[in-house]
Design a protein around this ligand. Structure first.
Ligand code: A2P
Length: 313
């Protein structure tokens, strides 16, 4: 199985990284340090996760212990919605760099195609939002390009962008986005978006690559799916490994989160397995276009965004 994704300048991102969303500050330090110890070389962060200081402490400790050098590690972070707008990008990135104790990122992404007023963490009312007509994505992209040109990040990209939003920024970009990070797993295979990203020579990273483990509806629990369980049994893999391997074999990076050492190792070891064509044909049929992260949290009464406008507009 391929182990890295190659960027336009030949930089290589490990195809499997560690996610840090919903890792509590007290848990994330151990998660990141353990992950680096067992061989993870790609950490996915975001200002919005509220834990970049702890992630930074763990990276600093790993470097201090001589486990890695800065250059060995691929670090991604994301611009929060309240920092859209050309002039706000570099200050936000500088804060992230300070928190992570780094002098550059490998990849910086616009977290959502949604703009919030400065200082807003999660919006509650329409006045917490700014419509895209006032702060266009192309304007924020200019700030991303400036960050790239100043060497604060080696690559720039986006997250949760739909096809039209990608086309909009690509049309006026000097430096085109190199990554779109979106939810992806066997129940949400994003075939059209994947085709468009290949066309624009962009990579994809799958967030929530293990799906939701605790959905009330049993049919939506990815790791309890019969097809996945059967393949896992046949190939001597775990269901999580089957889900991760399938997405990676499509040429897509995965960033499973775990705070448990056994599962961290199990996820990393997925790169040693290859699913057969028969397996991948069965997994392909599991696509049901189902989002666990449905974007409804951006919908408020009389607000400028709806989940439908985010995914489909
Ligand atoms: P934990 O941190 O206790 O390991 P996703 O990355 O798709 O959002 O999924 C993350 C969830 O999946 C977390 O709840 C994590 O729990 C769990 N998880 C991570 N790796 C595995 C695995 N190999 N098998 C089962 N559950 C896993």
């Amino acid at each position: 199985m391929m182990t890295t994704l190659k960027f336009r300048n030949n930089d290589e991102m490990p195809i499997l990284g560690l996610g840090t969303f919903r890792s509590e500050p007290n848990e994330v330090y151990n998660s990141v340090l353990s992950a680096i110890k067992i061989g993870y070389r790609h950490i996915d962060c975001a200002a919005a996760y509220g834990n970049e200081k702890e992630v930074g402490n763990a990276i600093a400790e790993a470097i201090k212990q001589g486990l890695i050098t800065r250059e060995d590690l691929w670090v991604t972070s994301k611009l929060w919605n309240a920092s859209h707008g050309e002039e706000n990008v570099i200050p936000a990135l500088n804060q992230t760099l300070e928190d992570l104790q780094l002098d550059y990122l490998d990849l910086y992404l616009i977290h959502w195609p949604v703009v919030l007023k400065k200082g807003t963490e999660m919006p509650e009312k329409a006045s917490d939002f700014i419509p895209l007509s006032e702060v266009p994505l192309t304007n924020t992209w200019k700030g991303m390009e400036a960050a790239l040109e100043q060497g604060l990040t080696k690559h720039i990209g986006v997250s949760n962008f739909n096809e039209n939003q990608l086309k909009e920024i690509i049309a006026s970009a000097v430096h085109k986005p190199e990554m779109n990070q979106v939810e992806m797993h066997p129940f949400l295979q994003q075939k059209e978006l994947k085709a468009l990203c290949s066309h624009f020579d962009m990579h994809l990273t799958a967030y929530a690559p293990l799906g939701s483990l605790v959905d009330e509806n049993a049919a939506l629990r990815l790791l309890e799916n019969d097809t996945i369980i059967n393949i896992a049994y046949l190939r001597n893999m775990s269901p999580a490994q089957v889900a991760l391997a399938y997405t990676m074999q499509r040429g897509i990076a995965v960033i499973p989160k775990s705070i448990n050492e056994k599962r961290l190792l199990q996820n990393l070891e997925t790169i040693n397995y290859t699913l057969t064509e028969e397996d991948t044909a069965l997994l392909k049929d599991l696509d049901k276009g189902h989002r666990f992260i449905d974007g409804k949290f951006w919908e408020v009464d009389n607000g400028p965004y709806t989940a439908d406008s985010i995914w489909n507009a």
